[in-house]
Design a protein around this ligand. Sequence first.
Ligand SMILES: Nc1ncnc2c1ncn2[C@@H]1O[C@H](COP(=O)(O)OP(=O)(O)OP(=O)(O)O)[C@@H](O)[C@H]1O
Ligand SMILES: [Mg+2]
Length: 258
Amino acid sequence: MTTSPVIELDAVGMTYRSRKETNTVLDGCTLTVGRGEFVSIVGHSGGGKTTLLRIISGLIHPTEGSVRVNGQHVDQSLSDMSMVFQKPVLLPWRDNLQNVLLPMEFRGRVTDTMRAYAMELLEMTGLKDTARRHPYELSGGMQQRVAICRALVSHPDIMLMDEPFGALDAMTRDSMNLELQRIWSETGRSILFVTHSIPEAVFLSDRVLVIGDKPGRVVADITVDLPRPRTKAHRYTPEFYEYEQQISELIGAKESIA
Ligand SMILES: Nc1ncnc2c1ncn2[C@@H]1O[C@H](COP(=O)(O)OP(=O)(O)OP(=O)(O)O)[C@@H](O)[C@H]1O
Ligand SMILES: [Mg+2]
């Protein structure tokens, strides 16, 4: 890595406490994401992946360890970061352009420049003609693209994506993967991406982090050395398959590799 990391977690631990029980979800979790890197996180359900993203975004505070974003300790929700969730979560009474502009409205006045950039993003994701239509008039994949535009409109340094394509059918998901690869390469954002799909992680990533659970920590950091831009054809190469196999085995054998 040539530049300093945009995200640095050092020995992060998270214990949820209630009156009845304590649940240590993360323990000794250490990771970095470099500027402009695409890094995926894979691991079992309940392993602490969403918890990890919430900690990085400043929504919750870890009980152990340190989190730095752009070299600064995270102690509140950061504005140069945006999050995309599994569901698009769009406001049904606003048209698509107004949904994309929502984060700018929260920050104050929406200028013509912002509106023009929102339109540019909608155009980039093939949605220019739907700007004045409402979310219910779009397919699931199109709605998720609106959510991605909304996450990009504030020019965030970093995008955190929590299974953004989990609810989509396989074909739409494949085309969204291509779309996201293009957006990432055109905008130069740093992306931390959670997925349950190993092929999706291999296809998109510079590195794939495997999270072992109970408690969660990074048990493997795999560099995906495949040429870019990646196409559908790459998915059927022996090299691609080898990465899938390796990661799948690491997830299965998580306890023995810690
Ligand atoms: N606010 C909370 N209070 C108490 N426990 C929580 C809270 N949020 C999450 N947990 C617990 O932390 C563990 C990890 O949850 P988390 O949502 O981070 O997992 P995940 O890896 O994102 O799972 P999935 O792949 O199913 O989305 C689970 O056991 C969950 O019950
Ligand atoms: Mg989750």
